[in-house]
Ligand binder design. Structure first.
Ligand code: SF4
Ligand SMILES: [Zn+2]
Ligand SMILES: [Zn+2]
Length: 171
């Protein structure tokens, strides 16, 4: 971390508290310029491991996109790997999905995008005079099925033998 700038998480420490990196900016700032690099990283990480505010330090560095130095025991490359896409975006939803996480904001945004996409597909189906796909989209969207899509569907199944499935029997 950088001594010249006092980040929020360092401002309200109890009086007299010293973080292990205090006055050790020599190993925390731009370790890549030091020789040997790896020994500076190892030393900085060892100090961070004993730090009582390590979690706040990592959170600050990731949230503010700090690009240099060791923060909370993480190198710039390690912090990049921790950075998560914003909630509400498609990337955010995929990131939760891959991790098996549940996020209401991302789920609602995803469902909203899906609904808009289906509405566009339905518009295209109607522009072609209705279709079987349009009929299915109407059901998926919870909309009443329209005369044109129903007619296409009816014609499609009219001369097919019944499979015994409920959705084929229904006219
Ligand atoms: S976690 Fe490391 S860089 Fe952050 S305040 Fe503590 S010792 Fe300093
Ligand atoms: Zn999310
Ligand atoms: Zn329709």
């Amino acid at each position: 971390m950088i001594d010249a700038i006092t980040p929020d998480f360092l401002r309200n420490l109890p009086a007299g508290t010293r973080t292990p990196c205090h006055e050790r900016s020599d190993i925390f700032v731009h370790p890549v310029r030091r020789t040997p690099y790896q020994s500076a990283v190892t030393e900085a990480k060892a100090l961070c491991a004993q730090c009582p505010i390590r979690a706040a330090c990592v959170e600050h560095a990731i949230r503010h996109g700090e690009t240099d130095g060791i923060w909370g025991g993480l190198t710039p490359a390690e912090r990049r790997a921790h950075r998560r896409p914003k909630c509400g975006t498609d990337a955010g939803w995929r990131s939760h999905f891959l991790r098996g996480e549940s996020c209401l904001i991302c789920r609602e945004a995803h469902e909203d995008r899906l609904r808009k996409q289906r509405l566009k597909q339905l518009d295209r189906a109607h522009a072609r005079g209705g279709s079987l796909a349009g009929y299915r989209l109407e059901l998926l969207l919870g909309l009443p099925t329209c005369v044109r899509c129903r007619a296409v569907r009816k014609a499609y199944y009219a001369d097919r033998p019944s499979s015994g499935k409920w959705y084929r029997r229904a006219a």
